[in-house]
Every structure is written in C-alpha cells, then in structure tokens.
Design a protein around this ligand. Structure first.
Ligand code: GLU
Length: 464
C-alpha cells in the first residue's frame, strides 16, 4: 500500500511536468489501494499566489485526479514545524548560528578564492560561549561530518552522497520561518509517505531531507526521481514547446484522457503500447519502471492521441466538451450524425467545432476561387434540376446513402462528372469547397435546409 503525494509550490500555474509527477503518484497510490495526498507548499509567502493555488486544484479537477483527505497547506502547519525545530535544538541535533550576513559573505568569498565549494564551516556547531549581541540567529541542523548518505532511488538506483556534500544547512531562518527542505521532510514523515515521486531537479535535496529524517528518527520513504521532459531538440522545455499551463491544453481542445495518456508515456512504457485507458494505467503503472533518461515532448503524438480519443469517446461526452467552446449541440436532432461525421477528421475539439460550424452555419459568403472554378453557365439549371429531384424524393431522404441512391443516377443521366455537381453544392451548402462528403452534409442539413441554401446561393449567383 503506497502513500504518495503531489506537493506543488503555488508560484505559477500547473505545468505538464508537474501534472506528470502528480499522475505517477496518483496511479501508484490507487494501484496499491493506498492514499494520494495533495500538499500545497506555500511557506514562501512572497512568491505564492492565490490564483496559482486555485489553478492547481482546477487542473486536477479537469483531468480527474482525485486526492484523499483535505488539501494540506504548509502555511497552516508552522506550529508543527516550530515544535520539531525546538525538539532538534533540545536534543542537541540542531543549534543556533549567529553568523552575520557579512561573515557569511566573507566565508563564501574566501572559499571561492580557494576553489572550494561554498559551504558553512560549522563554526557555531559546538559553540558554548556568549552569543554576539544584536544578531538574530538562524537554526542549523547538525549534519553528519563524515560517511556517506545513501538511498536506493526507484528510478536511478543506488545513490551515494558524501557527507561532506551536505553542510549544516539552515532549518529555521532568523525570523523563525522554517526552510524548504526541513518542512518537506517533516510533512512527508508526518503524512506517512511511503513513496515520494518527484522531478529529478529535487535529487540534491534528498540527502538533506534524509539528514532531517535521521535526526528525528523518522522512517525514510522510497524516492523516485523522475527525469525531466525536454523539447524535441533535447533542450529544456519552453512555453513554445508545450511547457504551458495545463488548463491551456483544455483551451486548445485537448481531452483530459489524451493528455494523461501522453504524460504517462513520457517517461514510462509498457512494451510498445501507446494507448492506455485509465484502467490500464491503473493496472500497469509501476514507478520502478520509470525511464532513466529524459523524455522528449512530441506534439504530433499528443495530437495523434487526442484524435484517437475524440474518435472513441461517446458523442454525448463530445457534445458536453464542446459546450466549453460555445458549440451547443445538445438539442440538435442530428447531433449523432454531425458528430460521427466531423469527429473522424478532428485532431482537437477546436477543429471539431470548426468543422461542425462549417456545416451548421448558413454561409454568408462564397469562396471566390471555388466559385470561379466550379460555377459555370450551366450550373444554375443543373442545380435547379437537382433541387427538383430532392424535393420529389423528400420523404425518403434521411441518411447519406438515401441521397447517394438518387444522386448517382442523376449524374449518369445528365452525363456529369462528380465535381461538376458536388463542388457547386458544397459551395452552396457551406460556402467553400473544403468539406466532408456531400451526401453526409445533405443528410446532416436535411432536405429543406439544403434546398434553401442552394436557392440562396443561386439567388445571389454565388456572389459573382
Ligand atoms: N514543492 C516542490 C515543487 O513544486 C516539490 C517538492 C517535492 O515534491 O518534494 O517543485
């Protein structure tokens, strides 16, 4: 039974890298009938913003990642952190350090000049004298001075950090506020995390957090540090590449399941399987199989997955999703037919909306190029005869195949080539030459509306 968490700092929107670690943590907890918790790391009050917190929760709702219990806010847990800081001080595992900023700067400069890594030199570690006046001390942890801090990372394998790489870092600032690595360790321990899955940009924080666990006698969870998502060129993912607000994917017409499917594969695989329903992810995902190397963002693949899900979710669902884009099909009697027709070619919901609008809205103008090419002298009389044919068969015209059954003989009888009839009809019905099959459009619009549109085009002589 795994207890996992997602612990975002609400300093901006939720981006896809964050959503991916959230998804992995969620899947692992759910797969093992464990718990998935959400913790907002908002102690850095200057950089936090309310909007960002709401955005994270909104994004979770959109993709359907549900978490257990209430959201924990670190800003509401300050008393807990203070208690543990005091405990560490009382037990001699932490101490006050009275170094001034000037002293710290001087030490840093000296170390840099000697080509050493800047680190605290432990000068107050065993201090027993009288503290200097006028300095508000920070609290530092007593980190081990020698040996190795080791853990087995579920992704990267055995990790060994020399104790000399971790100095006696600050756990409480001079204003009493606890520091980042301290609160993460305290919360993960108190919230009984068994598995911490996070981006590998946090890898160097882990030995520090282990120092805290050990100092307080807490069990150390298993860590999984997930490699970054890069752009196709192997560089850091930028906004242009897709490192944008998760909700922007919604606005661009992606279905949540397509995004989750895309993210689960960015960094994890099961053979060469590409399509994963949520049930399959829950059955198969194991963080111990997360890829060791960075993955590359691939927009084509995301579009391909989105097209797949658009084709495969129910029309009911599509109609609901389209409401967000101001495309209202719910009351439309041909809803099923329109969606069946348009979803075949749409890669996003925006494209789906555009092709639906293209058919449903009465044309207000006619594409010049198409008109020039396809509307000839004889077109008007041909369309009049075709309209007469439609009207004569009106009661039997419902499906695309019904239109096909009367149109084919008409074309033969008149000795026409298909585009001679179809392109002017397409232009009359939709305003342009780019549209699905004429039979499908006729069936969607129905006989009356189709006749009306053909008449309107003829009345305006196609805007010529
Ligand atoms: N709050 C950290 C962040 O947003 C994550 C901390 C963690 O997962 O341990 O990057």
């Amino acid at each position: 039974m795994a207890i996992t968490r997602f612990a975002p700092s609400p300093t901006g929107y939720l981006h896809i890298g964050g959503l991916r670690t959230a998804l992995y943590s969620f899947l692992w907890a759910r797969r093992t009938q464990g718990e998935f918790r959400l913790r907002i790391e908002d102690t850095d009050t200057q950089r936090n913003n309310e909007e960002a917190m709401k955005a994270i929760i909104e994004a979770f709702e959109w993709v359907g990642l549900n978490y257990d219990n209430e959201v924990e806010y670190q800003s509401q847990r300050l008393e807990i952190y203070k208690k543990y800081i005091q405990q560490l001080l009382d037990e001699g595992n932490a101490y006050y350090c009275y170094m001034s900023k000037e002293e710290l700067d001087a030490l840093r400069e000296e170390q840099m000049a000697n080509k050493q890594t800047p680190r605290y030199d432990g000068r107050y570690r065993d201090f027993t004298g009288t503290p200097p006046e006028g300095v508000e001390p920070v609290v530092r942890i007593k980190a081990p001075k020698e040996g190795v801090i080791s853990f087995v990372d579920g992704v990267k394998g055995a990790m060994n950090f020399n104790a000399t790489e971790v100095d006696d870092f600050v756990i409480a600032r001079s204003n009493g506020m606890p520091t980042y690595n301290f609160v993460v360790a305290i919360d993960d321990a108190l919230m009984k995390m068994t598995d911490v899955i996070r981006g590998d940009d946090h890898l160097t924080n882990t030995p520090k957090q282990i120092v805290i666990y050990k100092a307080l006698g807490f069990d150390v969870p298993k860590f999984y540090h997930v490699p970054m998502i890069n752009n196709p060129q192997g560089k850091k993912l930028s906004k242009r590449d897709g490192a944008m607000d998760v909700m922007e994917y919604k606005r661009q017409g992606y279905l949540a399941e397509a995004l989750l499917n895309f993210l689960v594969r960015l960094g994890w695989s099961n053979g060469d399987q590409e399509i994963f329903s949520m049930d399959e992810m829950l059955e198969l995902f194991d963080p111990n199989n997360i890829n060791k190397s960075a993955s590359a963002y691939n927009e084509e693949k995301l579009l391909w997955l989105n097209a797949h899900y658009i084709k495969n979710v129910s029309n009911e669902r599509l109609a609901n999703e389209l409401e967000f884009f101001d495309c209202h099909l719910s009351g439309h009697d041909k809803k099923e037919m329109i969606l069946d027709l348009c979803k075949e070619r749409a890669q996003t919901l925006l494209e789906l909306k555009a092709s639906i609008d293209n058919i449903l809205s009465t044309p207000t103008s006619y594409e010049n190029k198409g008109v020039k090419k396809f509307v000839k002298e004889e077109t008007a009389s041909m369309l009049e005869s075709y309209v007469a044919l439609l009207e004569a068969n009106k009661t039997s015209l419902h499906l695309a195949c019904d239109y096909e059954a009367i149109t084919k003989p008409f074309i033969e009888e008149k000795g026409l080539k298909f585009p001679q009839l179809f392109q002017p009809i397409r232009i009359a019905l939709t305003g342009g030459t780019q549209a699905p099959s004429v039979y499908d459009i006729l069936a969607v619009l129905g006989c009356d509306e189709s006749v009306q549109r053909i008449h309107a085009a003829l009345a305006q002589n196609f805007g010529k």
